[in-house]
Write a protein that binds this ligand. Sequence first.
Ligand code: ADP
Length: 251
Amino acid sequence: MIELKQVSRRYRQGDNLVVALDRVNLGIAAGEFVAITGESGSGKSTLLHLLGGLDRPDEGEIWVDGVAVGSASEKELTKYRREKLGIVFQFFNLLPTLTVLENVALPLQLQGQRLHRAEARARELLDLVDLAKRAGHFTFQLSGGEMQRAAVARALAHRPRLLLADEPTGNLDEVNAGRIMALFGAIDQQRLATLVVVTHSPEVAAQARRVVRLRNGRIEADVAGKGQGHGRRPPVVADDDSTSIGHPVHG
Ligand code: ADP
């Protein structure tokens, strides 16, 4: 579903040219759960921004679900982000003047869905992330862990093919980080989206089925992760598995 061919991205820093990504080749199939790891400055965020169509490569091609993300027009990229992509950032990015339910429903309304349909879908997602009880709260009334779960719900609302996450546990304590990791595990198990998660946390990476490690803008290692199933796909599950999402097991 994702293919990077000889992708390079260079940045000018004063008189220096920094090579953030250096002729990277990477393929990710639909339904994979991939962690992108590596030291600070290794190119992780650059890779994620390129996949999200938030930045463009200097060289090479980037394909995501049939879209030439590296060379698409702004209009095509807007459509791509709106229809195919969900993004979760470190700093939640929820709108403080809206309730949790309204925040999750917003992307659907932007797509033109009617309010009652958008909110019905938003409630499903809030169940998934165990925030049904907080639907009517404003986001500033939530804890950091709850905000991040709301952000995951919002990112999934429009059923994106690809969910990108940039250090999604970066601002969370261990317990809440564990809940987010369990949530990604559930998203993977239920095949809700292909998952690409940038993280420097070994615990988060351990949740993935595949771990791609970057170093100086190149892929240094591409190995099977320790995530449930050890790289094998589970059989398609019915949604009666959803009780496991409400009570994630830590550790
Ligand atoms: P990581 O996410 O692994 O920390 P980044 O992708 O943020 O790495 O950065 C890779 C390299 O590119 C670093 O040397 C960084 O300083 C440089 N870089 C990233 N973004 C920019 C930018 N907007 N302008 C200049 N240099 C940048």
